[in-house]
Design a protein around this ligand. Sequence first.
Ligand code: ADP
Ligand code: MG
Length: 204
Amino acid sequence: MVATTDRIDVAGLASAVADTISAHAEELTALDQAIGDGDHGLNMKRGFEAVRAELPALAGKPLPDALKAIGTKLVMTVGGASGPLFGTLFMTLGKELPVEPSRADFATALGKAIDAVAARGKSQAGQKTMLDVLYPVSEAVAGGKPASEVADIADAAAEATKPMKAMRGRASFLGDRSIGHVDAGARSTALITRAIAETLERGA
Ligand code: ADP
Ligand code: MG
C-alpha cells in the first residue's frame, strides 16, 4: 500500500479522504440514524473539512508531525464517540512512523495504532465497530496485498458488520435490533481506506 521509499504526500491523501467523507456524509448519517443518533456523517464531514483547511500548513511538515496534527484536529472537531477514536488512530500512526516509512514500517505502525484505538474504546473485533474494518485492513497491509485489494477488503468488512450485534457505542443500546444494519463507523473507515489506497495507487 505504501511505496518503499517515495515520500508520502499527506496533503493529497488528506484531501482525498475529505472529498470522499463529504461526498458520503448523507449515507453515513443515514446508517447512524438506523442504529445510532444520526450524527456520524456530519461529525466526520466537520472533522475532515477542518483537516482540509489545515492542509497548507500540514504540507510542509514531516509525515509523523502531519499525522499527529491531523489526529489532534480530528479529536477537536469530529466529536461523538468516533472523534477520539479516529484521532487516536492518526496520532498513534504519527507517533509510530518514521519520516520515510517502508511498507513494513507502515504495517507495524498501523497495527499499533489499531491496538491504541481498541484500548481507547475498550473494544475488540466482532463488536460491530470501526475495528471490524481496521483489523482486516491491517492484516491485508501486513500481508502485502495490493492497494486496490485492500480497499475491496475494507468494503467487504464494512458490509460484514450488517449481521453483527452491536456491543459498543450507541448502537449497543439497541441489542438485537442493531442486527441487519451496517455500522456507520465501519463504513466511514472503509471510505477512508479506499481514498488512501486509490491515492497511493495513483502514485501520489
Ligand atoms: P456517537 O456514537 O457518539 O454518536 P459517531 O456517530 O460519530 O459517535 O460514531 C459512531 C461510530 O463510532 C460507531 O458506528 C462505531 O463504529 C464507532 N464506535 C463507537 N464506540 C466505539 C468503541 N467503543 N470502540 C470502537 N468503535 C466505536
Ligand atoms: Mg452517532
